[in-house]
Design a protein. Structure first.
Lengths: 182, 173
């Protein structure tokens, strides 16, 4: 059943981190969480805005020639680097490793991760963002949820994130009872 | 659940497409920025012929500056003859200057004759403002030979671009 396309290069920390992030997104979707894309959308909009500026400057310069287009090219170049700076600042200071935001039963959570270069440890943080902004940070080496051939194994990862979520999300009595009965 | 996942998948594809585009646009914008700063439509050129030997060899990379209102006799300039695409790198050997414009005669160091035959029909001088795209201020020997190979083998250029794009898409960090 494992799809050969999903095989991860066990020697590449970025590949391992990205595969784990993707798997967690799928786990949360299967648990009924609805993903909130606003963080990703702002990043995409900033990035594509700068691409459009570059394309417009390129097109105008190609069309009317260097001399005529010069003032607009200068504006385009400055605008491009401002947008690019904003794009980078967004990723570094606002997103800060957050790869999932979502909600379920009125509770919102934010999940971020990091992995240091050449380090086999995956750092995971789950933050409750509706009210308390309580966050739970944990670290596990990648080998606890990857098998030796490079495929990710869902169950230990799922158990781990379940634990982290329940430690930050205060469930009120009615939903806890409903869960016990189902 | 399925519509949710395809929203995430769409954004993942968009993110990868964006990363690919940003490689191209950032490179291009640096080039255009350099162009604006130096006031030259092509601030970096590759020497294509041996007409300036021993000063410059085929494959040398030249860095141009085009903000001098008047160039001096003895400077090496790059110019495009009206209507032709290929830039020529030669030395200024004679000039006529007035407050309105500067007319130049150029010659390759390694050529027996001056550039009169290279100019357009009935054109006897180059106009510094109209045809000169910069004077050479610095150079790096040899490295431009790769671009000569690329322009003479069309498929090599496409292979290089395809390879760069492919790598950018594969690396997701």
């Amino acid at each position: 059943m494992p799809n050969p396309k999903n095989k991860v290069n066990l020697s590449s920390v970025p590949d391992l981190k990205n595969a784990t992030d993707d798997e967690i997104v799928q786990i949360l979707a299967s648990k009924g969480y609805t993903q909130n894309f606003s963080l990703i959308d702002v990043r995409l909009m900033l990035g594509f805005a700068s691409v459009i500026v570059a394309a417009a400057a390129a097109g105008y310069d190609y069309y009317v020639g260097f001399e005529k287009a010069k003032p607009f090219t200068a504006i385009g170049v400055s605008l491009y680097f401002v947008l690019n700076l904003a794009f980078t600042a967004w990723i570094m200071y606002v997103e800060k490793g957050t790869f999932y935001q979502g909600h379920k039963d009125g509770k919102k959570i934010s999940v971020s991760s990091s992995a240091k270069k050449y380090s086999p440890i995956y750092n995971l943080t789950v933050t409750e963002t509706t009210t308390s902004s309580k966050s739970s940070k944990a670290a596990k080496p990648f080998n606890e949820f990857f098998d030796s051939t490079g495929y990710i194994v869902r169950s230990p990862l799922e158990k781990w994130i379940d634990g982290l979520i329940s430690s930050v999300v205060q469930e009120d009595d009615s939903s806890a009872k409903a869960k016990k009965n189902s | 659940m399925l519509p949710q996942l395809s929203g995430a998948n769409l954004r993942q594809s968009l993110t990868q497409a964006l990363n690919f585009c940003l490689v191209l646009t950032t490179t291009f914008m640096f080039w255009k920025g350099l162009s604006v700063v130096t006031n030259s439509p092509s601030p970096i050129v590759v020497v294509l012929s041996g007409s300036m030997e021993p000063a410059f060899q085929r494959g040398d990379i030249l860095f141009l500056w085009n903000r001098e209102a008047r160039v001096k006799v003895g400077d090496i300039v790059v110019y495009n003859v009206k209507g032709r695409d290929i830039p020529i790198v030669h030395r200024v050997v004679r000039n006529h200057v007035s407050s309105k414009k500067q007319l130049l005669l150029t010659k390759g160091d390694n050529n027996a004759m001056d550039d009169l035959d290279l100019y357009a029909h009935r054109q006897y001088y180059l106009d510094r403002e109209q045809e000169v795209i910069g004077s050479v201020k610095a150079y790096v020997p040899w490295i431009g030979y790769v671009t000569i190979l690329l322009s003479e083998n069309l498929w090599a250029k496409y292979m290089l671009l395809a390879g760069m794009g492919f790598l950018a898409v594969l690396q997701r960090d």
